[in-house]
Design a protein around this ligand. Sequence first.
Ligand code: FES
Length: 159
Amino acid sequence: MSVEIEDTQDIQNYVRMLVKEQGHEKAELIPILHEINGKYGYISDDAIKELSKQMSIPSSHIYSVATFYRMLSTEPRGRHVIQFCESAPCHVAGGRLVWQKLTEELGLKKGETSEDNKWKLLTTSCLGVCGVGPVMVIDNDIYGNVTPEQVPGILSNYE
Ligand code: FES
C-alpha cells in the first residue's frame, strides 16, 4: 500500500471522526476546518472531498471558506503559523531584535516553512495593538511586549 493511500485514509478517518464528534450542522464547518488545519498544517483536497460528503456541503463552498480565512490554508504549510508585526511602532519598540531572535531560533526566513512542517514564519502589518509592541501572533494567541529572551519560552508552548 502506498504512503499516499495511507495518508488519504488517515485524513478520511480523521474527518469522519470530527464530523461525528462535532455534528454536521453548517455552523460546525469553520471549527472543523480549524481542527484539520491544526492537525495537518493545511486542508487538503482529500479532506475537502470527505468533508463535503460527510456534511453534505458542496466542495466549492468548503474550498471558498478555507481560502477566505488567513489562519486556514489549502496549501501545505506549518502546523503553527507565526505572524510577526513589522510595522513601524512595533519596530521601534524593539521588534527588530525580537525578529532576529525568532529567525535564529527557527532557522527560517520570512515566508518559509520548517522542514518538519511545524512552523510557518510570516510577517504582518499593524495588528492594532501597538501599545504593547513588539507584537506577534502564533495561531490564535497574541503575544505583546515580547523580548528576544522570551522567544524560546514562547515557542516551547507549541508542540
Ligand atoms: S505596529 Fe505592531 S501592532 Fe501596531
